[in-house]
Ligand binder design. Structure first.
Ligand code: GLC
Ligand code: CA
Length: 555
């Protein structure tokens, strides 16, 4: 029976690998440091390919590894078609791709099209060329207002806090949605459009299988004068015609990209990071004529709560069916508080992400953190998600059950959101970007020879890969088992709810007979059947509080 299922899943259309993939996000500067300079690098990833293969993931997604001054953790790209020399070379990159491919792991890279770094050759040229030049037309330069144009063109605020316009030497201002070192590109400029097609081909030609598109909903803008001020801007509905967000015309860009993706065999894939208002608006990014898939971030702002999970699961599966895409489950990434920590803090109580300006925050102060409870709930939530149809995006370190690192001094922090006082969880995003612990002993817990670029706490020892590999009940071993069994479980893209008689217990079945049961409550739940995998130790027929079990098909 098992063999038959495996054969069936392996012979599905090779081009559709992404539909139910487990994708592991690597934040390269914090993954593994091969040359011991404190910064993770491409040879470091290469040295851990066995680890990734043993974990059982289908693909890796690499956050930016391009040349960058790191004003925003690499999302300020100085050259889209090269590797940061501190992280390696293009030759190292090719070797890494070859090694991953040889183990059956696909490679997804991050494309950051809304803005470049201020160190990008184009921006440097724009500064030098002066007002009215073709070089300035690649960005968004405007004259200021007030006497001598000393006031910014509008009162718009940037996502990381502070004004969204910066004045340059000759008196003009440029627009930056994010940090001042991240000038927005002008997507009405044909040269900008053409250059990104070149970049997509560049990486596709090197064997990259797919792309994650950074703030995919922001590229095109309507900056017809007079520009609205913030109050007026906020009153404009985000229904396709807003001057700055989720404009219908952005899909012309992605239709062009799709033609590039489809010129490869198998076609390259893409997933949109698009913080938009409604499921219908999100669906546009997931269409087969566009990027093909879009992130569903609903669980980043949900509590560990059966009713919230059930609604989110049902809505997203319905939406995936309507678009022909598959959904994308996410509990953690490089922008949010790790989910073990979120679930150990007071509930979010329905607080919601608002188009990337007000980001998810853990629901309370660190003193209130229940570390064991948070991890117990995180393991239950992850095991539930891995049993669902769709692809699941995992963030490096969650397979170790890592908590957010709160103890990072102000002088050690790197996130511009921290320094500019924006809403990014107040402390910024460094706490989920601390280099991984590979060994319980040794310098920087085996991350590299000589320290790590963000401070690792003592408690990392307990979560180190070598410690967890040796413990059958560790989170690492739970992920390994789940990802291995998942290849048997993920055959059809359907699921069916089974009534449990309790509001805080969810149960569903997959078409091949696999079942998943999650108890979100505190009272144990008796069930029929034999668990093949569970998020906590179980006794036969009893689903403990805050846990998930998988049941194999009855033969
Ligand atoms: C995306 C990235 C985030 C980055 C921002 C600007 O939201 O995930 O890390 O700061 O875009 O590029
Ligand atoms: Ca290094």
């Amino acid at each position: 029976m098992t063999d038959a299922i495996l054969t069936e899943s392996r012979t599905t259309d090779a081009a559709a690998w992404w539909r139910q993939a487990a994708v592991y996000q690597i934040y390269p500067r914090s993954f593994a440091d091969a040359n011991g300079d404190g910064i993770g690098d491409i040879p470091g990833i290469l040295s851990r390919v066995d680890y990734l293969a043993d974990l059982g993931i289908d693909a890796v997604w690499l956050s930016p590894f391009y040349p960058s001054a790191l004003a925003d953790g690499g999302y300020d790209v100085a050259d889209y078609r090269d590797v940061d020399p501190r992280l390696g070379t293009l030759t190292d990159f090719d070797a890494m791709v070859a090694a991953l491919h040889s183990r059956g792991i696909k490679v997804v890279v991050d494309i950051v099209p809304n803005h470049t770094s201020d160190l990008h050759a184009w921006f440097q040229e724009a500064l030098a060329a002066g007002r009215g030049s073709a070089a300035r037309e690649r960005y968004i330069f405007r004259d200021g207002t007030g006497p001598d144009g000393a006031e910014p063109p509008t009162d718009w605020q940037s996502t990381f806090g502070g004004g969204a316009w910066e004045r340059v030497e000759d008196g003009q201002w440029y627009f930056h949605h994010f940090a001042v070192e991240q000038p927005d590109l002008n997507w009405a400029n044909p040269e900008v459009r053409a250059d990104f097609l070149t970049t997509l081909r560049f990486w596709s030609d090197r064997g990259v299988d797919g792309f994650r598109i950074d703030v995919a909903h922001m590229l095109t803008k309507d900056l017809t004068e007079p520009l609205p001020q913030t109050a007026e801007l906020e009153a404009i509905p985000r229904d396709g015609n807003h001057p700055l967000f989720d404009r219908d015309d952005v899909h012309e860009v992605y239709a062009e990209w799709r033609r590039v993706f489809d010129s490869y065999d198998p076609p390259r894939t893409a997933v949109a990071e698009a913080w938009v208002e409604t499921p219908e608006r999100r669906a546009r990014y997931a269409s087969a004529e566009g990027l093909g898939q879009a992130f569903n971030f609903d669980l980043l702002v949900a509590d560990f709560d059966a009713t919230q999970f059930r609604t989110i699961i049902a809505d997203n599966l319905a939406q995936a069916e309507a678009t022909g895409s598959s959904t994308t489950w996410v509990l953690s990434n490089h922008d949010v508080t790790r989910h073990a920590t979120r679930y150990g803090l007071p509930a979010l109580n329905g607080r919601r992400v608002k188009q990337g300006t007000e980001w998810v925050q853990a629901g309370g102060p660190a003193e209130q953190l229940d570390r064991d409870g948070g991890l117990r709930r995180a393991r239950a939530a992850t095991l539930l998600l891995l049993g669902l149809p769709g692809s699941t995006y995992l963030y490096q370190g969650e397979e170790l059950g890592l908590h957010e690192v709160a103890a990072i001094g102000p002088d050690q922090r790197q996130d511009p959101a921290f320094f500019r006082g924006s809403e990014f969880d107040r402390l910024g995003r460094d706490g989920c970007r601390v280099p991984l612990p590979w060994t319980a002993a040794g310098s920087s817990f085996g991350f590299g020879a000589d320290g790590a670029h963000l401070p690792q706490p003592d408690w990392f020892a307990e979560y180190a890969v070598d410690a967890e590999a040796a413990d059958p009940e560790s989170t690492l071993n739970l992920y390994r088992q789940a990802l291995r069994l998942r290849h048997e479980l993920q055959t059809g893209e359907q699921m069916e709810w089974i009534e449990t008689g309790r509001d805080d217990v969810l149960r569903f079945a997959r078409p091949n007979g696999w079942q998943v049961l999650t108890n979100f409550g505190t009272a144990p739940y008796p069930f029929e059947g034999e668990a093949v995998l569970s998020s906590v130790p179980t006794s036969p027929g009893i689903l403990p509080a805050e846990s998930t079990v998988w049941l194999a098909p009855q033969s």
